[in-house]
Design a protein around this ligand. Structure first.
Ligand SMILES: Nc1ncnc2c1ncn2[C@@H]1O[C@H](COP(=O)(O)OP(=O)(O)OP(=O)(O)O)[C@@H](O)[C@H]1O
Ligand SMILES: [Mg+2]
Length: 274
């Protein structure tokens, strides 16, 4: 299993520093969320971890080893760690869906037949078969998001960095996306997802990284999202299952020492137990 991390990472743009002396270790789980307010540095962090953005100081670590920015080492890193951008239009450029998905595999040096097999595999996983010959610019936003993810999945990465993969999706689209992530996890892929959706973060992930003020907090998702100081510093809100449980505890309707619920089913089970 591939693990990512960073040591003493400093990243900034011309207007100032976004990540400052950041040291994190993304171990202990295969479902990660990166949380934080707008402009806190989620996209910046994913870009640095993907190797696309080079830090001003510090190192990205893969399996504890510093990432080298020599072309061959970087190509190897990108084969293992794939990032899907926040806006699919920044990623998709081929004439049709199948051509876009095959771009990465062909670039890896796979034969046209092998690249086609990768396209078939990715289209099946993302339920894109019916769209594979369509021009990308005719697709809906949600469909384009799926194509962008298919392009990354076709590289068979071990770590998939997804920047806001559920933003703009309808409820069924979000469920479908989570189903895709389940299947990727079964295949051994670690997924790191930047999101604003704290309810989704609580229900889906086991580990969370919260960025803000140049630094980061890492931990168990339920613990992180139960910590009101972390939540308010990051301009997030408490996920509804934790908020509701806190109010039911205050009202004396639930014991204070129970297990924290992550989903609707967990909340119902807690109430059933009463
Ligand atoms: N290419 C760039 N040039 C200059 N500044 C940038 C660039 N990209 C990002 N920034 C700045 O860096 C900061 C962090 O941006 P980033 O996109 O990483 O935030 P984010 O947490 O992903 O935000 P959002 O939730 O809005 O997606 C912001 O203040 C942003 O304006
Ligand atoms: Mg972003």
């Amino acid at each position: 299993m591939v693990t990512l991390g960073a040591r003493g990472l400093r990243v900034g743009y011309d207007r100032g520093t976004v990540l400052d002396d950041l040291t994190v270790d993304l171990t202990g789980g295969t479902r990660w969320v990166v949380l934080g307010a707008n402009g806190s540095g989620k996209t910046t962090l994913l870009s640095v971890l993907s190797g696309a953005l080079r830090p001003t100081a510090g190192q990205v670590l893969r399996n504890g080893q510093p990432l080298s920015y020599r072309p061959r080492a970087l190509a190897e890193h990108r084969r293992v760690v794939q990032m899907v951008l926040q806006d699919p239009d920044d990623q998709l450029f081929s004439a049709d869906v199948a051509a876009d998905i095959s771009f990465g595999p062909l670039n890896l040096g796979l034969s046209p037949d092998d690249a086609l097999a990768r396209v078939d595999e990715a289209c099946a996983l993302l339920t894109l078969d019916h769209l594979r010959d369509r021009p990308v610019h005719q697709l809906s936003g949600g469909e384009r998001k799926r194509v962008a993810i298919a392009g990354a999945v076709a590289m068979r990465p071990q770590v998939l960095l997804l920047d806001e993969p559920t933003a703009g999706l309808d409820p069924e689209g979000i469920d479908d996306m989570l189903g895709v992530l389940d299947r990727l996890e079964e295949q051994g892929t670690t997924v790191v997802m930047a999101t604003h959706d704290v309810d989704l973060a609580l229900a889906w992930s086991t580990r969370a990284l919260v960025v803000g003020g140049g630094t980061a907090r890492v931990g168990d998702t339920t613990e992180i999202l139960s910590d009101t100081s972390v939540i308010s510093a990051a301009r997030l809100r408490r996920p509804w299952p934790l908020e509701l449980t806190a109010r039911l505890i205050d009202a004396g309707l639930l014991p204070a020492d129970g297990q924290a619920p992550r989903t609707m089913a967990d909340v119902v089970a807690l109430l059933d137990d009463r």
